[in-house]
Design a protein around this ligand. Sequence first.
Ligand code: BEZ
Ligand code: FE
Length: 300
Amino acid sequence: MNSLANLEGLPRAYFTEADSADVVIGQNVNAKDARLKEVMDVLTRHLHAAIKEIEPTQAEWFEAIQFLTATGHKSDDWRQEFILLSDVLGVSMLVDAINSRRPVGASENTVLGPFHVGNAPEYPMGTNICLDAKGEDMVVRGRVLDVDGNPLSGVKIDVWQANDEGFYDVQQKGIQPDFNLRGVFRTVEDGRYWFKAVRPKHYSIPDDGPVGKLLYDLGRHPYRPAHLHYIISKDGYDEVTTHIFDPDDPYINNDSVFGVKESLIADFVKVDDPTRVAEAGFDGASYWDVEFDFVLAPKA
Ligand code: BEZ
Ligand code: FE
């Protein structure tokens, strides 16, 4: 049925280059959702301002439309090219910063990334999460504390990382064992945690789609410095989604998704004292010792 739309209160939508944004925003006066109106008004204003500054040709604007179309076509249940776009534009980190304002001293958040799986096995403290014995041995240990320095027991530590070639298990099904280099631990009475793994390596974010092409066209690289991912949670405390980073990685100062924060850079100390290597239960000549404490803020 071709019924008449509600035109009540609507200003005239006569369009000129000078007042384009106001004319479009004026049509939103009957919005049912005040937040939607606020968001779309702001976006419209900034988009029109950008177009006025850029003055794209029709061909350039069509190229932008094709880029967004390709970004959609590249996305499915496994691959989210729009999140990658948000990551490389720094928007993921900005939204996270706005939503994770915490007291000084509390552990900072960083990007979740696409490689977390929800059902990783829970292990007793000290377990080696490297299931294929490939890579340089590493012990990761530390404590989880509250902002007053009190140890927190029973904190869930969900950890995952890439292997020493820079791939997650889910990227190499049939090559790495399922659940390689991921696991869940719970801190003991004094807030301590410790587990074994292998030293991670830097890697490229998925760069075979339009976002990868955009990076290369901009003269940028797609690499992330070596890191371990964590989700740290306990009832009554703000959940922390974060990483710890290897300070010696070549990309530590140039993460393609802007995830590095000074407070998340850990120390990776090489231990080659045979007594300590044997005490840690490794067969090789050395291992990496990584000590890092996390601090949880109370839920706001
Ligand atoms: C990651 O660290 O797993 C990641 C983060 C953002 C984009 C791609 C990967
Ligand atoms: Fe990662």
